[in-house]
Design a protein around this ligand. Structure first.
Ligand SMILES: [Zn+2]
Length: 69
């Protein structure tokens, strides 16, 4: 299957969107908005900021391996 490695993160504070390339072997737990510099953290139950705020879930989750395991 194809894994998407680009995810568009939408800031919950200012709605700024930024396309980011996700690492395939690690999780991004923190992400700083490039517009308002809010430090994003995953929502409860999510493993990384891409799962919470991105247009695509992180590669390990897409492969259903579980993230950060
Ligand atoms: Zn922002």
């Amino acid at each position: 299957m194809t894994v998407t490695i680009e995810s568009v993160i939408t800031c919950p504070s200012c709605s700024h969107q930024a396309a980011e390339i996700m690492p395939t072997d690690a999780c991004a737990y923190f992400y700083e908005c490039t517009s308002c510099h809010l430090l994003l953290k995953p929502l409860a139950g999510d493993c990384c900021v891409f799962c919470s705020y991105g247009s695509a879930k992180c590669p390990p989750s897409q492969e259903q391996k579980g993230c950060c395991a």
